[in-house]
Ligand binder design. Sequence first.
Ligand SMILES: NC(=O)c1ccc[n+]([C@@H]2O[C@H](COP(=O)([O-])OP(=O)(O)OC[C@H]3O[C@@H](n4cnc5c(N)ncnc54)[C@H](OP(=O)(O)O)[C@@H]3O)[C@@H](O)[C@H]2O)c1
Length: 256
Amino acid sequence: MLPFSQRVCLITGSGRGIGRAIALEFARLGADVIVNYFRNPKPAQETVRQIEALGRKALLVKANVGELDEIEKLFQAVENEFGKLDYFINNAASGYNRPALQQRPKGWEWTLNINARAFLFCAQKAVPLIQRAGGGAMVVISSPGSQRVLPDYVVVGASKAALEALVRYLAVELAPLNIVVNGVSPGVVETEALQHFTAIWQDKSLIEKAQAQTPAGRLVTPQDVANLVVFLCSPQASMIRGQIIAIDGGASLPAR
Ligand SMILES: NC(=O)c1ccc[n+]([C@@H]2O[C@H](COP(=O)([O-])OP(=O)(O)OC[C@H]3O[C@@H](n4cnc5c(N)ncnc54)[C@H](OP(=O)(O)O)[C@@H]3O)[C@@H](O)[C@H]2O)c1
């Protein structure tokens, strides 16, 4: 029997990129998966197709996690289809990338609502469903910009710092409910998000530089992140609580 048989997992922003890799890894390990997307139905339908090809159930839900009524709709769909939830993975992210002095309230609200507020209010909806499963886990995907200063990343960095604080608070508050809460913080991962940064930073050699600065000699892949996320949801990781685990091939270690 597969380790996540009979388990149900929701991953926000799982139509493509890192979220898709996480969704497929849960499916490979036996879980049924809720695939959430916002703007791009085609890749999300492809994620669903691949999950079903693995013999698992997949539920596709369009919802902007930056809107509270859409979070409500997302969790209502989970309840209607599965009646419970075992794992909630907060992966979706967006952001207004520009220098601090050019930021406007709209960009702050958009970014903070999708990247940080969503986790708090998704967690409130997830808890009763996870309790029906007898306990489970939540994992957020953060970024090194929560602590380090990256170009044009100020509001995303602030949102990821808030997200990491929520992880610590929820890890303590949800521990008596048998819910494990942690985060992962990947280094540079080659996804469409990286193409966006290559364009706004006007740096075509971003990937080569990141690779050269990684002691492990290669970039982190979406699959590396997925492997860590499923580990944090496994019984073997049950004594890891409220931690943000860097997965960057050692890139953040050398002093520069
Ligand atoms: N790539 C990296 O180098 C890197 C490094 C560190 C951390 N991370 C983190 O890893 C996570 C995934 O990143 P990625 O590189 O896979 O990003 P990506 O390729 O840009 O994908 C972003 C995903 O989030 C979804 N999304 C965006 N806004 C949403 C919203 N309001 N509601 C629901 N879904 C929404 C997108 O769905 P649609 O396509 O449907 O809009 C898409 O599936 C993010 O939290 C990111 O901050 C990435």
